[in-house]
Write a protein that binds this ligand. Structure first.
Ligand code: SAH
Ligand code: SF4
Ligand code: F3S
Length: 459
């Protein structure tokens, strides 16, 4: 009998990946993914703890779900309610205390045991809490990837972080840095490609720190892994995220010059432009070190577009420090970026710093930074109008007859075209640029189909 499973995901791409794997783990128990929580037999909230608001959203969502769970109980049925992810890891006990109607609370490293946890929840009263960091990796126990992610898919290769930036919860919620064996990654990639995946985005909290064991016992770097993946027939595009500037080695920079499948887009967070603040953040690099890496990358591949993360209002950040962030952004020029107000996180060193920056100052700085980043992004996108770019179509758009895909530089591209182009790469002539996307027309001509054969196309 099919049971309805609803998973709501917050946070980073690793959480998106984890949610897909949770569905894989629950599939043999008869759970089928559903798009809404109404009437679901199981609801999982896969949570993020990175900033304050992220955790608050979980508790308000739980309030709503409680009513649905009660409604289901009135009908003599049961909704199993679970909280997963980084809030669960950091605040498991608090969730159990504040929301006693929650059945299961588990962290990012234990979801392979979901079948046991569900069985326990059905047997016993009270919440099942599992926030261990097991000695054995969950990846050795997960079922094969179902290939359900589609044309563009995530593949976790590395997890956890040993960097301990003073603002960040990730080392506490995800645990120590761990690289999956390279042979495991290659086998999973091959299965995904056989199931129709054309683009793989290699994931890790510090993905470029990857050092995985190969079949012959040697250790592969991320660059080596990318080169081996590029040898697999049918894989058109490779990306990786997120990288730390400290671990960006020369062999990875060379891969950007030499591996055609490696897309010319890199998310390389810097956080701030002032060396004083970077040191207080324990980032282990200076602003000039970052500039030098960017120069090397652009020498290797002049077409490379950069994306970044920024935090404004870190404790002790002065106007002069913030001006250094703006200067760095002006020097580097980003195609796209994420920026945040510093949010004090419980248990992190920076949260107890005396010189917290007032909220108004954070807001002003964020507005100034975002204005600059938005202008850079708009200019980057505008530069594509009139150009032809290869687009990998991965889904239908919102409007009828519309298709959506990604450019090599990660821009969303909209066209009017037949749905049979999903899964293919076609040349698109860009006619308009917007803040977050491009629009164009598929050029009639030769395109590479899902099977790798060339064929004519008329959109
Ligand atoms: N290396 C990680 C970073 C995860 S956190 C990765 O794989 O993505 C993503 C971003 O959130 C960070 O780069 C940082 O800019 C931001 N961030 C983390 N902790 C924060 C905090 N306490 N306040 C505001 N922003 C934060
Ligand atoms: Fe957090 Fe820093 Fe690790 Fe990124 S490198 S996950 S920001 S501690
Ligand atoms: Fe959030 Fe955890 Fe990812 S805190 S950003 S879901 S690693």
């Amino acid at each position: 009998m099919s049971k309805k499973l609803f998973i709501k995901t917050w946070g980073c791409q690793m959480n998106v990946y984890d949610s897909a794997r949770m569905a894989d783990v629950l599939a043999p128990l008869g759970y089928t993914p559903s798009d809404e929580p109404d009437g679901a037999d199981m609801v999982i909230l896969n949570t993020c703890h990175i900033r304050e608001k992220a955790a608050e959203k979980v508790f308000s969502e739980l309030g709503r779900l409680r009513h649905m769970k009660d409604e289901k109980a009135r009908q003599g049925d049961r909704m199993v309610l679970a909280v997963a992810g980084c809030v669960a890891q950091a605040e498991g006990e608090e969730i159990v205390a504040r929301a006693p109607f929650v059945d299961i609370v588990f962290g990012p490293q234990t979801y392979h045991t979901l079948p046991e946890m569900v069985a326990k929840a059905h047997r016993a009263a009270g919440a099942v809490l599992n926030t261990d960091f097991p000695a054995e990796s969950k990846f050795d126990h997960l079922p094969e990837d179902s290939g359900g992610q589609g044309v563009s898919a995530f593949l976790a290769v590395q997890e956890g972080c040993d960097k301990f930036c003073t603002f960040c919860v990730v080392p506490y919620t995800r645990g120590a840095e761990f690289s999956r064996p390279a042979f495991q990654v290659l086998a999973e990639a091959k299965r995904m490609i056989a199931n129709g995946t054309r683009e793989i985005n290699l994931l890790g909290q510090n993905v470029n720190a990857y050092h995985g064991e190969a079949a012959d016992g040697s250790t592969w770097s991320l660059a080596r892994l990318i080169r081996e993946l590029a040898e697999i027939d049918g894989l058109a595009r490779i990306r990786y995220t997120t990288s730390h500037p400290r671990d960006l080695q020369d062999d990875l920079i060379r891969a950007h010059a030499e591996v055609p499948q490696l897309m010319p887009y890199l998310h390389l967070p810097v956080q701030a432009g002032s060396d004083r603040i970077l040191a207080a953040m324990n980032r282990k690099h200076t602003a000039d070190h970052y500039r030098a890496i960017v120069d090397k990358l652009r020498t290797a591949n002049p077409d490379l577009a950069l994306s970044g993360d920024f935090i404004v209002g870190f404790p002790g950040e002065s106007d002069a420090d913030f001006a250094e962030t703006l200067r760095l952004v002006n020097d580097v020029t980003y195609a796209q970026a994420y920026s945040f107000k510093y949010s004090p996180r419980p248990g992190t060193p920076a949260s107890t710093e005396a010189r917290q920056v007032p909220e108004e100052v954070k807001s002003e700085r964020l507005a100034a930074l975002q204005q600059l980043l938005d202008a850079q992004q708009a200019a980057f996108n505008a530069g594509f109008v009139g150009r032809t770019v290869p687009v990998l179509f991965d889904r239908p758009g919102k409007r009828p007859g519309q298709l959506m895909g990604r450019s090599p530089h990660m821009q969303s591209v909209y066209v009017q075209a037949s749905e049979r182009l999903v899964g293919t790469i076609a040349d698109v002539r860009i006619e308009a640029a917007y803040a977050n996307s491009l629009a164009g027309t598929v050029e009639t001509g030769v395109y590479v189909s899902r099977t790798g054969h060339s064929a004519g196309v008329s959109a």
